[in-house]
Design a protein around this ligand. Structure first.
Ligand code: GLU
Length: 372
């Protein structure tokens, strides 16, 4: 006869063994179901692929011809074109827009921000990949970098060749982007861009070539990491504030962003584009200045007058790399200007738009250009 102690000891073991058997059975069923759909049990939850259009979803008008229409293919066909994606994560797709990114604007940014936030808030979604045209990819990446409130990876991806072109780059870019999005090390780095085997931070990246797949570069601080057919590594963290430690947030009530114009510097620059921007109601003007954010005397004077009326003037550069610092050749203190520091004109414009939702004080805005 077993002792009462033995009975007492056996009973809980039996109580435990039933749920264990049930869990084992459930796991076995899950493995069978996952292998049937091609996913692995140890891989991340859903990676949501949001499509906005661009060349990655573009179709050549005639096979072998360079002409094409951006944004023709649906998110479903982007995913279908890369069956390897389901070995990385359970992917789902959502179409946000189907534009060439030259038509990206504040309205679609706000829709995209809301769609991305919605997906990131889902407990079963681990990351978001956004397929986007490369023309304004850096701007969308930076806008989301400053306004999303999540540590989960968000990766923008595009292509330089349409989906049906010879040696299309979209599928490998989408594959690498999905791998990066699934990496634990991608969390908390802000919004990333993955193109042509390189990973870039949203605060750094810019398009540098009109047609070459090797177009996305981070001229000031260099790339964030590299990929080689899905083997992706990061080199260094970003030092800029973003996402969860960004002071900018967009409430449900926001339906547009303040109007900020960019005026382009050149030899013989007149005040005409500045006057045009002011006539259009610009609350801020970013100058894509020559060299170190310079411009002609006539442009300087027109902008100084504008700054006195409360329009915020930011000096950036058309050069493509380098830092525009205060008070070098232009006396920013006297004129009431802001120096863009490391931000190119298109990124400076986005930061200024968000800043203007809080203040038009140039000193406060200059501080923002130090940290974002
Ligand atoms: N203009 C297109 C766009 O930005 C083409 C650039 C691209 O996607 O690579 O959507």
């Amino acid at each position: 006869m077993p002792s009462p102690q033995c009975h007492a000891a056996d009973a809980p073991r039996r109580l435990v063994s039933k749920p264990l058997a049930a869990i084992a059975l459930l796991l076995a069923i899950t493995m069978v179901v996952l292998s049937a759909i091609g996913a692995r049990a140890d891989q991340p939850n859903i990676t949501m692929i949001l499509a906005t259009g661009g060349t990655i979803a573009g179709t050549q008008t005639a096979a072998g011809e360079p002409g094409y229409v951006a944004g023709k293919d649906s998110v479903a066909s982007l995913i279908e074109a890369v069956p390897e994606l389901k070995k990385i994560a359970d992917v789902e797709g959502r179409q946000v827009s189907d534009i060439g990114s030259q038509n990206m604007d504040a309205k679609i940014w706000l829709e995209l921000l809301r769609a991305t936030s919605e997906e990131l808030a889902r407990p079963d979604v681990d990351a978001v990949v956004i397929a986007h045209g490369t023309d304004t990819m850096e701007e969308t990446a930076y806008f989301l970098n400053l306004t999303l409130k999540s540590d989960k990876p968000v990766v923008l991806v595009g292509a330089m060749r349409p989906a049906n072109a010879l040696s299309a780059d979209g599928p490998m870019n989408l594959y690498n982007a999905t791998v990066v999005a699934a990496l634990a090390e991608a969390r908390g780095r802000g919004v990333l861009v993955v193109m042509n085997d390189e990973i870039h931070y949203a605060a750094e990246v810019t398009k540098t070539n009109t047609t070459n797949p090797d177009t996305m570069k981070s001229p000031n601080r260099g790339r964030a990491g590299v990929c080689d057919i899905g083997a992706c590594v990061f080199f260094s963290p970003t030092t800029k504030r973003h996402t969860t430690n960004s002071a900018f947030s967009i409430g449900d009530e926001v339906s547009t962003l303040p109007y900020v114009a960019i005026v382009y510097g050149h030899a013989g620059m007149t005040a005409a584009p500045i006057k045009g921007a002011l006539d259009d109601g610009a609350k801020g003007i970013v100058v894509a200045g020559v060299g170190d954010g310079n411009m002609s005397d006539v442009a300087l004077d027109a902008l100084t007058t504008a700054a006195k009326t409360g329009v915020v003037v930011v000096r950036s550069t058309r050069v493509g790399s380098g830092v525009v610092r205060r008070d070098i050749e232009v006396d920013d203190d006297t004129r009431g200007f802001v120096a863009a520091e490391e931000l190119n004109p298109q990124r400076a414009r986005i930061l200024l738009q968000l800043a203007l939702m809080k203040t038009n004080d140039p000193k406060t805005i200059q501080e923002m250009f130090h940290v974002y």
